[in-house]
Design a protein around this ligand. Structure first.
Ligand code: MRU
Length: 358
């Protein structure tokens, strides 16, 4: 499966080249494929905030390279560059609050700084660390795709109808995707009859990104309004909802794109299995449960306007962009360290003690 996935790879969203960070601008996809280039930490932080790059693992990777860019400028400026670099850590950490991969990646960069030996090339060391974060995310996705595929096979054979939410593909990660990686692998294994992609209001990650990625690879995909999901579960014989995650707490609660929670409630009601696919960098063992996850609230204009034009009445709009699905609605959490079925605190703790499977 690994070779098949590698051969089918078409989309990438992040490129580190000649000491600069290239990001495929996800705000204008699929209408335009525009690459933007960044050479400062503040620029990368703004790219994360404005969602040029989005998706938990991709945000972490971009932040790591942002820190490399920051370090280069601070070293060139001379003086106490490590103290000055704290400003870059801060600006990157403040770019978005919910996906823990961002903080995980910055922590890794900080640890690397703390391990610097006398006379070591600082920039080379940081660049290797950031590239390692990028590469290991790609590898984790390949492992999870295989594990998720095995999980589907354990319960079903023959082509299935699957439903997904938001975008968890190559665009959201270092490559292949988390939930979309499993869906890709299932397609390559002949296990996909159709993928239903929630449009994912208000930012339309489903319509603009997931539908584009899947259609581009010949995966049979239908777009549906988010509010059609329960009806489709009742009438279409969907067997799995497969989603990603932005933060998973110690008890197995999962923060993901707004609308995921209602999908899980509906899935349980209709006997549809619910799979969460996320690398261990998305697991935050410092939080006991989902209550403590900071939920990003974005500008109400994302709801009030369409294509920059006001379509709603002149009212206040509430726009939380993530929600928390309680662990007891989840059939399985698939990570690169293994699969946790019916997650709880004990099983999550056991998982975190394991090594990666690749
Ligand atoms: O607001 P976004 O587009 O960054 O939200 C992305 C999601 O919620 C994804 O489902 C999650 O990050 C997992 S991506 C592999």
């Amino acid at each position: 499966m690994r070779d098949k996935l590698l051969a089918a790879e078409k989309v990438k969203a992040i490129e580190w080249r000649d000491g600069k960070l290239g990001l495929l601008d996800q705000r204008v996809l699929p209408r335009e494929e525009t690459w933007l280039t960044y050479d400062s930490a503040a620029g990368v932080a703004e790219a994360i905030r404005s969602m040029v790059v989005r998706g938990a693992p991709a945000i972490g990777i971009a932040a790591a390279f942002g820190l490399v860019l920051g370090a280069r400028a601070r070293l060139a400026a001379g003086g106490d560059w490590q103290a000055a670099l704290e400003e870059d850590f801060k600006v990157l950490a403040e770019s978005r609050p919910t996906a823990v991969n961002l903080f995980w990646a910055l922590d890794r960069m900080r640890e690397r700084l703390q391990r610097l030996k006398a006379g070591e090339d600082v920039l080379a060391a940081l660049e290797v660390e950031a590239q390692g974060i990028f590469d290991s995310d790609r590898e984790a996705n390949l492992t999870m795709a295989q594990l998720g595929l095995e999980l589907i096979r354990k319960h079903q054979d023959g082509p299935q109808k699957l439903l997904t939410h938001c975008n968890t593909g190559a665009l959201a990660t270092g490559g292949f995707g988390t939930a979309l990686g499993v869906i890709r692998a299932a397609h390559l294994a002949g296990l996909v009859e159709r993928v239903f992609a929630d449009e994912t209001r208000p930012w339309l990650q489903g319509s603009r990104l997931t539908a584009w990625e899947l259609a581009g690879e010949g995966v049979p995909v239908s777009l549906n309004a988010d509010s059609a999901a329960a009806h489709l579960m009742k009438t279409e014989g969907i067997t799995w909802v497969i989603v990603g995650a932005d933060r998973i707490t110690a008890n197995g609660d999962v923060a993901n794109k707004i609308g995921t929670y209602q999908l899980a409630v509906n899935a349980m009601h209709h006997g549809v299995r619910f799979m969460v696919v996320a690398p261990s960098s998305t697991i935050d063992m410092s939080l006991e449960d989902g209550e403590d996850i900071p939920i990003e609230e974005r500008d109400g204009r994302e709801l009030l306007d369409v294509g920059g034009q006001r379509i709603a009445a002149e009212v206040h709009a509430v726009n939380p962009v993530f929600d928390v699905t309680p662990a007891d609605l989840i059939d399985a959490i698939v990570t690169e360290k293994g699969v946790v079925e019916r997650p709880d605190a004990a099983k999550m703790a056991q998982l975190m003690c394991r090594k990666r499977l690749h």
